[in-house]
Design a protein around this ligand. Structure first.
Ligand code: ZN
Length: 277
């Protein structure tokens, strides 16, 4: 069943990459002015910053730090590269702790030089290697399945079923999933796999945007909700039927919007959130 329309911005979260031209300081100020309730911080926005102070600044502006994007990229044919990836994920956990982010979203990775099954196995090993640090810091990890068009280099996890299977294998309370409509809208199993997530208590976060048709760029042509063919309200209904009441995170990579006035873009996001999410 479709969700009922959203009537306020208490669940609106925006990813820093959505308003890419803004620094984290600008984004904090602008989101606060706009009444945005949450922020998901991409790691590169923390470059050169005092991370703890940045987290304080965001919260002082009245904005929740929802998650840190992104960890993952575990697979590699070279074992040295796999060890480097694990180190980088441990660093991401430290960054999340300093920032005050309760969750790290994992773009799990893939290496085109090996079978997807080998990459999936390395993803499992990588997650297992960093979970002890998650236990020490109480930081959660969310596997975000990516659309299969990214299976070559970005993620060998391409369906919610695969993410669920991995979570079942590892079976750890700090490991769950991120459901991103852009990556999963096409999947005929989506509703039943969302139910499976709900039963396991592992819907850790929820990302929205739209799929433009035609899509002109595989990475940077995502649409505002309502601009494409994703039934955002239907999918939100499925997620909420499973008890999810958390932030609705607007994550839009778009050359078109990044070239536009970001203040106007943020207003469009708010309108699309009310009208089409
Ligand atoms: Zn996402």
């Amino acid at each position: 069943m479709s969700a009922t329309p959203l009537t306020d911005f208490s669940r609106l979260c925006v990813h820093t990459i959505t308003t890419k031209p803004w620094s984290i300081e600008e984004a904090t100020e602008k989101y606060a002015e706009a009444g945005v309730a949450g922020m998901t911080v991409w790691r590169q926005w923390l470059d050169g910053r005092d991370i703890a102070a940045t987290g304080e600044r965001i919260r002082a502006a009245g904005i929740d730090v929802v998650s840190l994007c992104r960890g993952g990229f575990f697979p590699a044919t070279d074992p040295i590269d796999r060890a480097t990836a694990i180190d980088d994920n441990l660093l991401a956990i430290d960054e999340a702790e300093a920032l005050g982010a309760p969750l790290i979203v994992l773009v799990c990775g893939a290496d085109p030089g090996q079978p997807l099954e080998a990459s999936r196995d390395q993803i499992l090993r990588g997650i297992e290697a960093v979970l002890p640090r998650c236990e020490e810091t109480n930081i959660k990890l969310a596997i975000e399945p990516l659309h299969p068009m990214y299976a070559d280099t970005r993620s060998a996890v391409n369906t919610l079923r695969t993410a669920n299977d991995m979570c079942d294998k590892i079976n750890h309370p700090l490991l769950g999933v991120t459901i991103d409509v852009y990556h999963l809208w096409w999947d005929p199993e989506l509703k039943e796999q969302i139910e499976r997530c709900g039963q396991a208590g592992r819907i850790f976060s929820y990302h929205v945007c739209d799929w433009r048709s035609p899509t002109e760029d595989m990475l940077n042509d995502r649409g505002l909700m309502g601009e494409g063919c994703i039934d955002n309200r239907l999918i939100r209904g499925w997620v909420e039927e499973q008890g999810f009441t958390g932030p609705i995170e607007v994550e839009i990579f778009s050359n078109r919007y990044w070239e536009s006035d970001q203040n106007e873009f943020l207003e469009k996001i708010k309108q699309a959130y009310l009208d089409c999410t």
